[in-house]
Design a protein around this ligand. Structure first.
Ligand SMILES: [Zn+2]
Length: 509
């Protein structure tokens, strides 16, 4: 039986993200020459992608403008909180188009807005410790509520990296679903069937939602999982599918099962930067696809939250632990052990950097506890709430924050001591931003950025007088990290000393 117009849905998800690029001493983004004619990478990608997608031009065949479409109104999307922090200030009118898009989509789709949250600063969640996982989720939720004035239904997992512990944290915070790559499904079964069937990225049916159950919880709590269509997403991200929206629509239409009477959702997920930055004019192709080509084929663009609410999930899935969308070796790309993104260079530095940071994180945690144990009942709970201050750093709000959380009436010294440790912890998380490991060398701007965050965290910890050997201990551990071939710098220690630490010295001068 041919599909009816009522049962074919599509969801396009865009992950819009740049890592935090601010100098931790000045709070400003320095000029980044690699961004070409633009001041920095945020500005460049805003001009090429974030802004054009908010008003994508629809033209006729004489290239006359017919309309401008806010693509965010018709696609599922997430923006990194630290990026939105910058975007809100740098391009306030364009930023508001995201909020408008979320409201418009919610009113069209029975209350389900297109925006979803993101783990705060793009940490690889399976590699984070339990405490950092929780804080990443709490800060991501707080940021979302502040901007969109509602609770999110889902949270984007950086690099779609997942493990059971991360899913448990999402469930614990009321999130309803996660988006994963089809390669991350281990096996599936229909509800009521005992036997699991093994699946691969190629054999998994991605046109329905699945349910992941936490068998360790007494209540068998669960969360929805959407596995996007891998081949289709690849074709959009790397195959220039958006160059022709009619062809793209035919391709989407071909993904539906013809003789099914059940509702089907074809979904694709990719970096939002595909639309305009990686591929020029792809935002126009996307607008045309979503507004004209798909509806004319009786395929309705929706979001995951809308589809999930309409359908009882009758299939279960279990995940491949520690897997991701951009490393075929689990999460090795971010801790060493594979050559993804190596460009033929040694990636041994990745393990060294990861282990050095893990050591530093644990040292910083001890210092924070020792420094604040007479000031607050539970420092880690206070850290979870620190997003309050990140979102509103006004003196008044900082005062209120301290008054509410400190055991004694805050005086300037104790207040300063607490805030210093919270800032230190912010950078102790920023130093794990995943982009540092994504590329081929430790002296690239992303890895240096993380080392700058580490340097700032070390400096704040040293101010307590409890951290004498912290920097030397960290540098000792960075020695084994080889830089890119041809670099003047001999190892990770030299990269830290020459590229990351000078910012600290400039500030002190
Ligand atoms: Zn890999």
């Amino acid at each position: 039986m041919a599909p009816t117009p009522e049962n074919r849905f599509v969801c396009v998800h865009g992950h819009f993200y740049q890592p935090p690029r601010e100098d931790p001493w000045t709070g400003k983004i320095p000029r980044q020459p690699s961004a070409g004619e633009y001041h920095d990478w945020n500005e460049r990608i805003a001009r090429e992608c974030y802004i054009p997608n908010g008003r994508a031009r629809i033209a006729n065949n004489k290239n006359e403008t017919l309309a401008y479409i806010n693509n965010y109104s018709f696609m599922s999307f997430n923006f990194g909180p630290t990026l939105l922090n910058w975007f809100e200030e740098a391009h306030p009118a364009e930023y508001k188009r995201l909020l408008t898009a979320d409201r418009e989509s919610a009113s069209r789709l029975e209350g389900h807005g297109n925006a979803i949250a993101q783990a705060y600063n793009h940490m690889i969640m399976p590699l984070a410790n339990a405490r950092d996982k929780v804080t990443q989720v709490r800060w991501g939720l707080a940021d979302f509520r502040y901007r969109y004035h509602r609770d999110p239904e889902a949270m984007w997992l950086p690099e779609t990296a997942v493990d059971s512990e991360t899913l448990r944290v999402l469930i614990g915070h009321g999130l309803k679903y996660a988006i994963l790559s089809p390669h991350q499904a281990k096996h599936v079964r229909r509800a009521g069937v005992t036997k699991w069937s093994d699946v691969t990225g190629a054999t998994l049916d991605t046109r329905r939602p699945y349910r992941w159950t936490d068998h360790e919880s007494k209540a068998h709590r669960s969360i929805g999982l959407f596995f996007y269509d891998g081949a289709l997403s690849q074709a959009v991200a790397f195959g220039k599918l958006m160059a022709s929206s009619p062809k793209a629509a035919d391709r989407v239409a071909a993904e539906f099962e013809d003789d099914s009477r059940a509702d089907q959702l074809v979904s694709l997920a990719t970096d939002g930067e595909t639309f305009g930055h990686h591929e020029k004019f792809a935002e126009m192709g996307l607008a045309h696809l979503l507004r004209f080509e798909l509806p004319s084929r009786h395929i309705q663009p929706v979001n995951y939250g809308f589809f999930l609410a309409k359908h009882r999930t009758t299939w279960e899935a279990e995940i491949r632990e520690n897997s991701s969308w951009s490393c075929a070796h689990g999460v090795n790309r971010w801790k060493g052990g594979c050559d993804c993104g190596s460009e033929g260079k040694s990636t041994a530095w990745r393990k060294v950097l990861r282990e050095a940071l893990d050591w530093l994180r644990d040292e910083l945690a001890d210092i924070a506890e020792a420094e604040t144990n007479r000031l607050v009942r539970d420092f880690w709970e206070v850290r979870d709430d620190y997003s309050d201050v990140l979102l509103d750093p006004s003196d008044e709000n900082v005062e209120l924050f301290c008054r509410r959380r400190m055991i004694l009436d805050p005086i300037p010294e104790t207040r300063k001591a607490l805030l210093r440790m919270l800032e230190c912890q912010k950078y102790a998380m920023f130093m794990y931003t995943s982009c540092a490991w994504f590329f081929s060398h430790i002296d690239g701007i992303e890895a240096v950025q993380n080392l700058m965050y580490a340097a700032r965290a070390i400096e704040l910890a040293e101010e307590t007088g409890l951290a004498d050997d912290l920097e030397s201990g960290f540098l000792q551990r960075l020695k084994g990290a080889a830089p890119s071939p041809g670099s003047q710098l001999k190892d990770g220690e030299a990269v830290y000393r020459h590229l990351a630490r000078p910012s600290r010295q400039r500030q002190a001068a």
